[in-house]
Design a protein around this ligand. Structure first.
Ligand code: HPA
Length: 278
């Protein structure tokens, strides 16, 4: 017998059988945001291994759990851990979890990540609310079959919702955390960039660089979700740090951990404000 290939709609149907209603807000926790999970009042949780089609990543800090519960009083679904393109996953796999939550009824998603700062003011320890992105991945997740009722040619002129961007900036003010807006450029990784690439990206209009988020943002918009995204700036991008600086994933993790509390306050504040606004 031919094995059935999991689809986001089928996995969403499985989730819907166990819940009475879907929360408005789904959150994907990237590097630097893992601590948010500890602030969630968990009602139910799944390991990604239990959810057909959810790819199980190999990067430390991306453990693979879906939490259902409340954050700062707002009902949420939280994806702890993501699959990255650089791990060798296909775009379909990278976007599977977000597409599933969309199909299960989430209507807003907050995507989070760690990124290198290109704009001078985006120093390590600061946060950036994405105003737009540049897809430098060399692949588009919307290539291929179109999900039922979704556009073939997505308008990408306003991927990041202006109201959600405002709420994030306000949440930053509440939390005493500076959030600047900027353009995120996604690279495939896993090598960090060369200084020449960073100089070129700056000319392209990029303010920060990272290895994720853009596929999920496009897939979520195609499914009609309102999208917001937030970067924890963990390092100066290649060539912009102190002379002789070497970029390592460990450094990214250390800096991300140092700002973990700020990240949690910010995301919790966003959830609380969204709960009141919606
Ligand atoms: N480049 C790409 N991805 C990253 C970086 C970076 O400098 N920092 C954190 N993620």
């Amino acid at each position: 017998m031919k094995a059935r290939i999991p689809t986001p709609d089928a996995t969403a149907a499985l989730l819907r059988r166990t819940i009475s209603s879907a929360p408005r807000l789904a959150i994907q926790l990237g590097t630097g945001f893992g601590g948010v999970a500890e602030a969630v009042e968990i009602r139910q949780q799944w390991s990604y291994r239990e959810l057909p089609g959810f790819p199980v990543g190999s990067v430390p800090g991306h453990e693979g759990r879906l939490l259902m519960g409340a954050l700062a009083g707002t009902p949420v679904w939280v994806l702890c851990g993501r699959a990255h393109f650089y791990e060798g996953f296909s775009m379909a796999e990278v976007t599977f979890a977000v597409r599933t939550l969309a199909a299960a009824g989430a209507s807003t998603v907050l995507l989070t990540n760690a990124a290198g700062g290109i704009r001078k003011a985006l120093r390590p320890g600061s946060f950036m609310v994405l105003s737009d992105h540049i897809n430098g991945l060399g692949e588009n997740p919307l290539r291929g079959p179109v999900p039922l009722g979704c556009p073939r040619f997505l308008d990408a002129s306003a991927i990041y919702d202006p109201l959600l961007r405002r709420i994030l900036r306000r949440a930053g003010r509440d939390a005493g955390v500076r959030c600047q807006e900027g353009v995120y450029l996604a690279v495939p990784g896993p090598s960090f960039e060369t200084p020449a690439e960073i100089r070129a990206f700056r000319r392209f209009g990029a303010d920060a660089v990272g290895m994720s988020t853009v596929p999920e943002a496009l897939a979520a918009r195609q499914r009609g979700l309102r999208v917001a995204a937030l970067s924890a700036i963990t390092n100066a991008a290649a060539g912009l740090g102190p002379p002789g600086a070497v970029l390592t994933h460990e450094e990214v993790l250390v800096q991300a951990a140092a700002r973990g509390d700020a990240a949690t306050r910010l995301v919790s504040g966003f959830a609380r404000r969204l709960g009141v606004t919606d």
